[in-house]
Design a protein around this ligand. Structure first.
Ligand SMILES: C[S@@+](CC[C@H](N)C(=O)[O-])C[C@H]1O[C@@H](n2cnc3c(N)ncnc32)[C@H](O)[C@@H]1O
Length: 201
């Protein structure tokens, strides 16, 4: 069985009890270097660094399908995470998805932003349709190094819209930083971040 465990935004305290139990009982744990680094040293499971190629990951998982495999996913596995890939590759009887606290949920909680009617999206590997996105009063975006707060701010300024950007960097880590800015105040670079774009003058 493949258990895809959402580990939350990063701090081990934010993982669910169900996820922690599956990690304790796992035969194999797959994750990034940082994620595997958070697994207690005395956990006897085989550890596998997440391959860069998903085809390699698929082959690895298929080889061990009779074992309890935990695949660690940041945040929630089904919010722009590895869970979406796994749903397409493995039948339901081989797959268990364990939800986690998304970085989007965490940022909204930290900044007191109601999530009702929030439109969630990602800039990973794609050029978002900003005319569509900025027509929404409340948008949350997980970003990558190519398209982040500065590029979003430029798109808002180009359209002369009145928006506020809430930016959360390194969420739940000791160096977490939160910003609430007008587009013209947004800096060129931020660490790993989530952005919420709000209709506020
Ligand atoms: C592939 S997406 C995965 C999103 C994840 N499934 C979730 O629900 O949070 C990775 C992106 O999530 C955001 N992210 C994840 N953890 C974060 C954190 N601790 N602080 C800030 N952003 C984070 C960043 O935008 C990062 O580039």
């Amino acid at each position: 069985m493949i258990h895809i465990v959402g580990i939350g935004p990063g701090s081990p305290e934010l993982m669910t009890g169900a996820g922690a139990l599956l990690i304790q009982k796992a035969d194999v744990i797959v994750g990034s270097k940082r994620q595997l680094g958070e697994i207690p040293q005395d956990n006897p499971a085989e550890r596998k660094l997440l391959p860069t190629q998903l085809s390699e990951l698929e082959a690895f998982l298929l080889e061990r399908i009779g074992h309890d495999i935990v695949l660690l996913a940041s945040g929630d596995p089904l919010i722009y995470g590895i869970g979406n890939w796994a749903l397409q590759k493995f039948p339901p009887e081989q797959l268990q998805i364990v939800p986690g606290i998304s970085s989007i949920q965490y940022l909204c909680s930290r900044c007191g932003i109601a999530m009702n009617d929030l439109y969630m999206t990602s800039s990973h590997g794609k050029q978002p349709d900003f005319d569509f996105l900025l027509a929404h009063p409340k948008v949350a975006m997980v970003t990558d190094s190519k398209l982040g707060p500065a590029e979003i701010a430029q798109e808002i300024l180009r359209r002369k819209l009145h928006k506020t950007l809430v930016i959360g960097e390194n969420l739940s880590y000791p160096d977490e930083r939160l910003h609430r800015l007008k587009p013209e105040q947004v800096a060129a670079r931020y660490d790993m971040n989530v952005v919420v774009i709000l209709d506020e003058g």
